[in-house]
Unconditional design. Structure first.
Length: 234
């Protein structure tokens, strides 16, 4: 193993893996959360694998109404196959950058009206003003900061041209897409370490979105970690 990669030694290698061998990869490990109008308090990410329900923060007056892609973890919302751990499916990792992307609302060009899901600049601004994230490994906090301190890993960028009268078109992201929060000292994560991110809304506050109806303008928030990974050879 190359020590410069700062990947934890695979002490707990699977017995079905080739002994003493690792494949080194450039990987993304990610998890998403659903946010809706009135959301308050805290919620955890990276603790639920594919196939299970995406956790959410929503106000008491908001129903469970959300789009299909926002309800159950798939490859678009997490790549974890094991709850709260990287497991042998991914391997041992060293996190070298973190980005937070907020789902963007599409706009109907003929009218300038945004879709009922995804965030407009209104939702993005509210999330950035009130939200923080803390990443934990083995229940120990490793890095904490406001959401805007972890610029978007990716997402929609550009401008909108609409012919609609009184157009309300807008598009925004969490900082310049691809900027990321790059770490000078990578965060090591062993395959059996508990990996957890806590998303929280500032104490006493709640998210105030433009759509206050029963669906509350649902939008996903992804936490993306960019890692060096040492996986098993099979």
């Amino acid at each position: 193993m190359n020590p410069r990669m700062l990947v934890p030694t695979p002490v707990f290698r699977s017995p079905t893996a080739m002994g003493g061998k690792s494949d080194f990869r450039d990987e993304m490990v990610y998890s998403a959360l659903l946010l809706q109008h009135g959301g308050a308090g805290q919620q955890k990410l990276f603790t639920i694998p594919q196939g299970q329900q995406i956790p959410f923060l929503r106000g008491a007056g908001i129903t469970a109404s959300a789009n299909a892609h926002q309800t159950t973890y798939t490859e678009t919302t997490t790549n974890l196959g094991k709850a709260g751990e990287l497991g042998s499916g991914i391997g041992d990792a060293a996190i070298r950058a973190i980005g937070i992307t907020i789902e963007t609302a599409a706009v109907t060009l003929a009218t300038g009206v945004p879709r009922a899901f995804g965030a407009t600049q209104f939702e993005v601004s509210d999330i950035l003003a009130k939200s923080f994230v803390q990443l934990k490994v083995g229940n120990k906090p490793q890095i904490t900061g406001p959401v805007w301190g972890f610029p978007a890993a990716g997402g929609a960028m550009g401008s909108i041209s609409t012919t609609g009268n009184a157009a309300t078109a807008s598009i925004a992201s969490n900082g310049w897409v691809g900027s990321l929060r790059r770490l000078k000292i990578p965060i090591p994560v062993a395959r059996n370490d508990a990996l957890e991110a806590v998303y929280g809304v500032a104490g006493g506050a709640s998210l105030a979105f433009s759509n206050t109806a029963t669906d509350g303008q649902p939008c996903l928030l992804w936490i993306m970690t960019y890692c060096n990974v040492g996986g098993d050879v099979r």
